[in-house]
Design a protein around this ligand. Sequence first.
Ligand code: TYD
Ligand code: MG
Length: 466
Amino acid sequence: MSRRNQTFVCQNCGAAYGRWQGRCEACGEWNTLVEEGAERPMGPGRRPGKGRLFALEPLSGGAEHAPRLPTGIAEFDRVTGGGFVRGSVLLLGGDPGIGKSTLVIQTAAALAQRGERAVYISGEEAVAQVRLRAERLGLRQAPVELAAETAVEDIIATLSEGKTPRLIVIDSIQTMWTGMVEAAPGTVTQVRASAQTLIRFAKRSGSTIILVGHVTKDGQIAGPRVVEHMVDAVLSFEGEGSHQFRILRAVKNRFGPTDEIGVFEMTGSGLREVSNPSELFLSERDLGQPGTAVFAGIEGTRPLLVEIQALVAPTSLGTPRRAVVGWDPSRLAMVLAVLEAHCGVRLGDHDVYLNVAGGLRIQEPAADLAAAAALVSSLASAPLPADAVYFGEVSLSGAVRPVAQAAARLKEAAKLGFARAVVPEAARTEASEGSLNLTDVGSLASLVADIAARGNHDGKSRGQDG
Ligand code: TYD
Ligand code: MG
């Protein structure tokens, strides 16, 4: 009677098949199918009993105001939208070693120090190792409750006792397993079932749960893409290995914005909040070098100034290289095409490299103008003025289009000591009087002509000197 219902589940994307095959048809990965037990005799196998009756409520009914619990770490609260919502589940993803465990233990400690019950369950480290880290962070005295456990049922049974924790950290979801399914820990089936059980517990008890998740080489939260759909918020913790700062970004957020970023700096004694990131991103600037432009950007509600660096050099290859770090490669291709088509800039036999300094990733089209300025500056060996910022979107026709929140961008630039801004024409009306010296550009071609003129001028004066 009890036919064992085996399925083969892709460990990369979670697609399920009735028989084994070498390649997953859903995601195209090879050798990722693993045999797993069925999740539960479900569907046609189970006799549908009579369902339990439940009450339907009007949408207009008294909304239980989502009570938020601020963590006290302002950069974290900014990303979640003002703190943890009762009963919500957050998935925190990031590369190994980026600082996820450090961030969550600091958050748990911040809450515990304010008298809230916070529990930290580690499936990866022993209690002694967690203590050692807490000591290094100066949090040895914080009343966080610790355990090294991986069995979800045991965790839930333990946490159901006593006062409901306000925050439960599960580090990491990949180490958890539940007896509900017959699959090895770490497999998609286990991760999904464990997450489901924990989510149900969060909704029932009102605790907030942070699930820490590892990220695979291609940036997906390993295996359990499926978990991303189940949780209320997906946060990703990013950073470049060689830089000390880290960025917390909401990829999905049912209770808040997804465009805010939190900026932290990894120091010898843990993560430090960076409340003025522009200063940090501009702190190591190559002043007066050709190929660098400062972009006045916006991340969420906060203006953020970053340096965009470009290197344009004659190629030795048949097909010139285009490499970009921190920006969208297709936007770079577009800006290059506009430079070629409308501004007479020939780049067909040049390699082009573009880098957003400090490991930040920017997504705004408003960076087009700054990227173009950096590219032309490098090609013409003409340094841009060190006290200028750039922003504006470039259209395919070569026109420079206005962008949102020009006033906020200009204000931030003025605050950091910049004296001029190269902006779309429309920005002038938004600017407050007398803060910055504005140069408005209507088309990319006029900007290119300006920069080229600086290059020629410099070249001539250098020639005269020599
Ligand atoms: P960790 O939080 O263990 O990363 P994850 O949980 O994402 O794997 O952080 C590990 C890295 O952080 C490690 O390379 C050392 C560094 N670190 C510091 O620089 N300062 C500190 O105070 C701590 C605790 C870690
Ligand atoms: Mg860790």
